[in-house]
Design a protein. Structure first.
Lengths: 214, 214
DNA sequence: CGAGCTGGTCAACAGTGTGTCGACTGAATC
DNA sequence: GATTCAGTCGACACACTGTTGACCAGCTCG
């Protein structure tokens, strides 16, 4: 588990959780994820979450400091998975580095795809909530380092062309993935079929890193 | 000018605007843009807008149906400019198509950069307001058509490699630009200097379309 | 046993923001 | 001088957030 998000009540002892208390907490989280699958974040109130978990609104505030804190807890779990997935796939030694990269992008999509409602809600809140933003940038940072390192390595090998700073290229590529992820989940541009997205992204990544048509 | 956004009061005769009435409307728009340069959209209330324009809150509602409608009007003007800019630059006949494309990306950045506060606010609202989203997708659609056409043309000429559908590639590239635009304006990742962004994006675009290192 | 602590619960309150209603004004217009 | 109508706002109804204070049930320790 990751460190406790700061918006959560510090009062509650994390070490000695009451059974019933933890049940409530789980009920709130489950309710949030369920409701997010039905309507967007801004159309869900703390009252909805409380009622959904079978408690009153003040009691809700006993468990979470705000609606955002619930989302943060939900999102945190996904971020952890995504981080673990990236480290796993990119750390693996494999014959074809390009294939490894394509697979990492696929895993990225699958991890967030398994919780698209939460992912979309996080995107919705990102601009106005710095904690969610920082959580997200954690994943982005990991990708940026790995990708920049790859580009530089390929440049030294002579396989990749020189040009703009490797890190800048990496960040732009990652942001593309991020935006496409959200767009796909939000159902924007239905023209691009969801299965093909990873292939399209991989094409651009590999064109940029190695050159096209390999 | 573009068609009147639908959230604006239909009551007000667009054809016979009172001088003082138009002044008020302008005052509200100016106030909104000014306040957005100071704090994010969600921290601005209709009361702030009304007071800033020297009127009461109910009077504000005489001119705009909501806070979102103000942003929509503001954003609409920028969208028009961006559209005009794209058509202008990409329509120009020029020796080097790659340079033309690079220039178009630069103009895209400059147009929105001249109103970054409004652009950021639009980004903030995009997920929860379909009208803003549609306005934005208008620009994206124009770029998608042009870009897809270019890729297909280059493929026929044999300069561009075959692969994923041209339109899908185009959309991914455009979304990258979109995300980088917002990130730059929001001050995310200060590592990438703002001047270099266009160069980085152009590198990826041209790598994808023509192959790298040209 | 019973006094007291503690996690848990909620009715009621205070505050902030949105959007509407209805009455009012003052300058055209007839 | 009456009528109309864009423009204006005080006051209201409502929705949502976050807090306070009283209360209860179970545990624990003298």
């Amino acid at each position: 588990m990751s460190p406790t998000p700061s918006t959560e009540r510090p009062v509650r002892g994390r070490r000695a959780p009451r059974v019933s208390g933890d049940d409530r907490e789980r009920a709130i989280l489950a309710t949030a994820e369920r409701l997010l699958e039905q309507r967007p974040y801004h159309e869900i109130s703390t009252d909805d979450l409380a009622r959904g978990a079978g408690i009153s609104r003040p009691t809700f505030y006993f468990y979470f400091a705000s609606k955002d804190a619930v989302l943060l807890a939900l999102f945190d779990r996904i971020i952890e998975q995504a981080e673990a997935g990236r480290v796993e796939v990119l750390g693996r030694d494999r014959d074809d580095p390009a294939a490894r990269w394509r697979e990492a992008i696929g895993v990225f999509y699958e991890t967030f795809g398994a919780h698209r409602a939460v992912t979309l809600a996080a995107a919705e809140v990102q601009l106005s909530n710095s904690e969610v933003r920082e959580l997200w940038s954690k994943v982005m940072e990991g990708w940026a380092s790995d990708t920049a390192a790859l580009i530089e390595a390929e440049r030294e090998r002579g396989a990749a062309p020189p040009g703009a700073p490797a890190r800048d290229l990496a960040i732009a590529l990652i942001r593309m993935n991020e935006r496409m992820l959200h767009a796909t989940f939000a159902g924007e541009s239905p023209s691009v079929s969801e299965q093909d997205v990873v292939e399209v992204l991989a094409t651009i990544w590999l064109s940029t890193i190695y050159g096209p048509a390999r």
